[in-house]
Design a protein around this ligand. Structure first.
Ligand code: MV4
Length: 455
């Protein structure tokens, strides 16, 4: 195992990674921007280095600076967390060149999965179901119309480099494509520096169900069941759970097998996630592969009893997986909600100073956070400030525990989305498992004031 690991991230995920490093006796090197001098990840690191000004481009995305810290501190490996440099193939390549181990897959795999068109093509070749559509970049609107006429409407016009719904549009006919094409292509070019577009069949009322995989360097690949993350708001996940209430045992096995096939076909190594869209008939289609540890990894940890960061470190250090597919447990039900510093009325980020923080404790309640009773939430970074993860022996128990925990989550000084989370998880539709991607638009009423009840 490594003796020294640099954690190239901030916030709850940097703290989460360092926690496992400490448990394994690994010395941790942290990095921080001027805005984070007092942040929990800095305090937790055995050694922390200032790498630049608050803006991410000058600190947490500054590859040269981070590599310099790694060299000077003699780190053997770098954990990138999620976001930031985690899916940056150039960073993974630079690590390799410096003789550092990037805790993740190879730069080639990151790069291939970063392109929707290339990843669709790879999955098609591997025999993993993809949404009916095209796997080459379109040159203009007329080519898109021809393709869509073949596929059948409605279709989704998508950017190959897309993410967060940017450059993506639902279109009903050829004229709508002609209207939409140039604008989406421009947005994709502006945001991602890549205007490549493609079209695929629109899947109605889909669920977003993703499969966690682990692959070591010896050809062993396993899946760790699914996470259902269908409840999103503006392409931002709000609630994630495992297992899914929707898929049958047969679908679960088929999706797991497809995910393993997908990972093996591209020579995947380390932890990864295959996202699928699942339609009302339980047909599933590859959507994209995330080549990093995900925000919602704790729900998988809760039902399998595994520590995914530990698995990542062991794989990166050249160890073989210590269990087989048959030995992967599935016990109980876990739900995660993401707590954002945002105004519940406007959904705008709500940075500021936290004046009081009291966290609910109890059986099956887990917190992942990097804030305390007098932390400041800065406007420079993602407004997600904490995750609340609950586990129950079944889904009803998990929801009950989540409701109780949210009602007793005391956070003062900043506004949060807790009222919205309470509304979602208290809704009858959530209790009954009607958790499609339309949940927020279908069920959420205009929001009221927080209803935090002190127990
Ligand atoms: C789709 C789709 C329906 N059909 N593709 C949204 C973000 C991007 N990652 C993919 N997205 C979608 N792609 C086809 N062919 C519906 C969505 C979608 C969605 C997917 C998962 C979770 C929430 C969503 C909300 C709106 C649209």
């Amino acid at each position: 195992m490594f003796k020294k690991v640099l954690v190239a991230n901030r916030g709850e995920i940097a703290v989460r990674i360092m926690r496992t490093c400490k448990a394994l006796g690994i010395h941790t090197i942290g990095v921080y921007s001027e805005a984070d001098a007092d942040a929990p990840h800095v305090k937790m690191a055995d050694q922390a280095h200032l790498i630049g000004s608050p803006r991410v481009a000058e600190s947490y995305l500054n590859i040269d600076k981070i590599l310099e810290v790694a060299r000077l501190s003699k780190a053997e490996a770098i954990h990138p967390g999620y976001g930031l440099l985690s899916e940056n193939a150039e960073f993974a390549r630079r690590c390799e060149e410096e003789g550092l181990i990037f805790i993740g897959p190879s730069p080639e795999v990151i790069s291939k999965m970063g392109s929707k068109i290339e990843s669709r093509k790879a999955m098609e070749e591997a025999g993993v179901p993809v949404v009916p559509g095209i796997t080459y970049p379109l040159t203009d609107a007329e080519e898109a119309v021809e393709a869509a006429d073949r596929i059948g409407y409605p279709v989704m016009l998508k950017a190959s480099a897309g993410g967060g719904g940017i450059g993506m549009q639902l279109v009903q006919n050829g004229d709508e494509i002609r209207k939409a094409f140039a604008g989406n292509q421009k947005r994709a070019t502006d945001f991602f520096g890549d205007g490549a577009m493609y079209v695929e069949k629109y899947v109605e009322n889909p669920r977003h169900i993703e499969i966690q995989v682990l692959a070591d360097g010896f050809g062993n690949t396993v899946f760790l069941w699914e996470r259902e993350c269908s409840i999103q708001r503006r392409h931002q996940k709000v609630v994630e759970e495992a297992p899914s209430t929707f898929i049958t045992e047969l679908t679960r096995q088929k999706m797991g097998d497809a995910a393993v096939k997908a990972a093996k076909s591209i020579g995947y190594k380390n932890a990864g996630t295959i996202e699928f869209l699942v339609d009302e008939q339980q047909n599933f289609y590859f959507l994209e592969m995330n080549t990093r540890l995900q925000v919602e990894h704790p729900v998988t940890e809760e039902i399998t009893g595994l520590d995914l960061v530990k698995e990542q470190l062991q794989i990166a250090a050249g160890e073989a997986l210590s269990f087989s597919q048959e030995e992967v447990k599935r016990d109980g039900h876990a739900i995660e909600v993401r707590i954002y510093a945002e105004d519940p009325k406007t959904f705008f980020p709500s940075p500021g100073k936290i004046t009081n923080l009291e966290l609910p404790e109890g059986p099956g309640v887990r917190h992942e956070l990097a804030i305390h009773g007098n932390s400041s939430v800065t406007p420079f970074y993602d407004p997600m400030i904490a995750k609340l993860v609950v586990k129950g022996s079944n889904r009803d128990e998990a929801i009950d525990r989540l409701q109780r925990a949210l009602a007793n989550y005391q956070i003062e000084g900043i506004k949060t989305n807790i009222p919205m989370l309470q509304e979602v998880i208290s809704h009858q539709a959530f209790r009954s498992g009607d958790t499609t991607t339309n949940f927020v638009s279908k069920y959420l009423k205009p929001l009221k004031k927080a209803k935090n009840i002190k127990k």
